[in-house]
Design a protein around this ligand. Structure first.
Ligand SMILES: Cc1cc2nc3c(=O)[nH]c(=O)nc-3n(C[C@H](O)[C@H](O)[C@H](O)COP(=O)(O)OP(=O)(O)OC[C@H]3O[C@@H](n4cnc5c(N)ncnc54)[C@H](O)[C@@H]3O)c2cc1C
Length: 447
């Protein structure tokens, strides 16, 4: 029998926290045994913010012990690995050989299974698209115990439905993915300070030729300053452009940070006054970067402090990320930022960018503007996010399911009308709802 333990479990936002039965399968045999014992959800490194990888009173099976590399084609940069392997492990092994993952989100502590299940995106979505674009195929253990391959040619419905499928169609066991050839592990970047939303959108437009672009926005700013912030753009640095000091070790790899938030901070630490001070600090740091910067700082600045999520206190926090169409988007963004600044809900770490075309069925991205805001959980937060949801819906937008923890089923169905197509695929491959989770129950993602 695979050992299982009752544990209080949450996503990265530490909200909600629920008791689940947790196990750590080591091989296919363990997974098959777990499946035969009742409903479960696979979990990777738990970096989804909400209730995606928790399962109240039911089973959560953590994939991280199945993290082996299985095959590597150095000529083409094609890797086959177990789905519990993380981007961090892939980078550590392959960056010194001149390869990086094609899609890098804001943390490297995500597994390949998690990256597929949320069809994650990075700062280059307008150029590279989302994770689906680097996946050639994967193998998946289905509810009936079969292990099948899914690709664009084979079981194509299963392939596409897993991107954004939240682990609800089966356990992804292995995946074959493309990495990106690099000359150096550095990026050449530039920061542009903008004084309001109009300037922000202009700067984004003018700098679309950069592969990577992301902005930090001060969502406490009001009036003429509304939408002010710093846009950072950049491209992979080539060897000949690097300063001599960096040319000595052009494929340098990160080290794991020793900085950590040792315990949950008291809830009162983060309030509108402290956030205003921190926003000034962020604006200063963002606005005065070095020209050449290592991938660790470029892609994963938050990984430099372990357990930073404890800074929000025991009540936890949510990350509210939406995307809205570009047309009419400026006015909607203005209204949303005004709502946030007036809400008293302490917005922090606000990330803004432009997205390209989307794929997948329940996959989040589509061409438009996306804004992600952290809010500590407070009494009035749910009422406020309900109002925000309505605004996003009216603008033709939707929320990122990999980060959501508060949306209601009716709102989800309006934002993702294609959910019925996804449910038909769920019915075909998992008619007994063997794969379920708290978000599945909340949003009605079961048959
Ligand atoms: C600091 C930070 C920055 C982030 N930045 C970004 C960003 O820029 N862009 C972005 O898109 N996301 C971002 N995220 C979110 C993160 O990339 C996703 O939530 C990702 O899915 C987490 O992977 P994980 O391994 O932790 O999976 P978990 O959170 O453990 O699980 C996520 C989902 O994957 C499913 N799953 C996991 N393993 C398997 C498997 N083997 N088979 C089937 N299903 C499986 C789970 O059931 C669950 O539904 C960020 C998160 C953090 C904490």
């Amino acid at each position: 029998m695979v050992a299982e333990k009752k544990e209080a479990l949450a996503g990265w936002g530490n909200y909600p926290v629920v008791e689940s039965l947790v196990s750590h399968p080591r091989d296919k045999k363990d997974w098959k045994e777990i499946i035969s014992t009742g409903p479960l959800i696979p979990r990777g490194l738990g970096r989804s913010y909400g209730d995606q990888a928790i399962n109240s009173g039911q089973h959560v099976a953590v994939s991280t012990r199945m993290n082996h590399f299985l095959a590597w084609n150095e000529q083409e940069g094609i890797l086959t690995c177990e789905a519990g392997a993380s981007l961090e492990e892939i980078i550590t092994t392959f960056a010194p050989r001149g390869w990086l993952p094609m899609i890098c989100p804001g943390t490297k502590f995500v597994t390949i299974g998690g990256a597929i299940a949320n069809d994650i995106h990075g700062k280059a979505h307008h150029v590279d698209g989302s994770f689906i674009n680097c996946v050639i195929s994967f193998t998946i253990l289905l509810a009936d115990g079969r292990i099948v391959t899914a690709s664009r040619e084979e079981n194509a419905d299963l392939f596409i439905a897993n991107f954004g499928g939240l682990g609800l169609l089966g356990v992804i066991l292995t995946a074959t993915i493309r990495l990106r050839k690099i000359e150096t592990t550095y990026f050449r970047q530039q920061s542009i300070k903008v004084n309001n939303l109009e300037e922000m959108l202009e700067a984004l437009e003018k700098n679309q030729h950069y592969n990577y672009s992301v902005a930090w926005v001060d969502t406490l700013a009001k009036g003429k300053k509304l939408g002010s912030g710093v846009l950072t753009v950049g491209d992979a640095a080539v060897f000949k452009d690097l300063p001599a000091s960096l040319q000595k070790d052009p494929l340098k790899v990160h080290t794991i940070s020793k900085l950590t938030v040792p315990f949950f901070m008291p809830g009162f630490v983060l309030n509108n006054v402290t956030v205003r001070v921190l926003n000034r600090l962020i604006a200063f740091v963002q606005n005065s970067p070095k020209e050449f910067v290592h991938y660790e700082k470029f892609f994963f600045p938050l990984d430099m402090i372990n357990n930073w999520n404890r800074g929000y206190g025991k009540r936890g926090f949510i990350q509210y990320q939406f995307v809205i169409p570009e047309k009419g988007g400026e006015q909607v963004l203005r209204e949303i930022m005004e709502m946030i600044a007036a809400s008293g809900c302490t917005p922090f770490l606000n990330v803004f960018k432009k997205m390209g075309e989307g794929q997948g069925i329940l996959s989040f991205p589509f061409a438009g503007y996306t804004l992600a805001i952290d809010f500590p959980v407070t009494k009035g937060l749910k009422d406020f996010t309900r109002r925000l949801d309505q605004k996003v819906l009216e603008a033709g937008g939707r929320l990122y399911l990999g980060k959501d923890s508060m949306m209601e089923k009716e709102m989800f169905q309006k934002m993702y009308p294609q959910y019925a197509e996804w449910l038909a695929i769920k019915q075909k491959y998992d008619p007994q709802n063997t794969f379920t989770s708290d978000i599945a129950k909340r949003l009605g993602l079961g048959v």
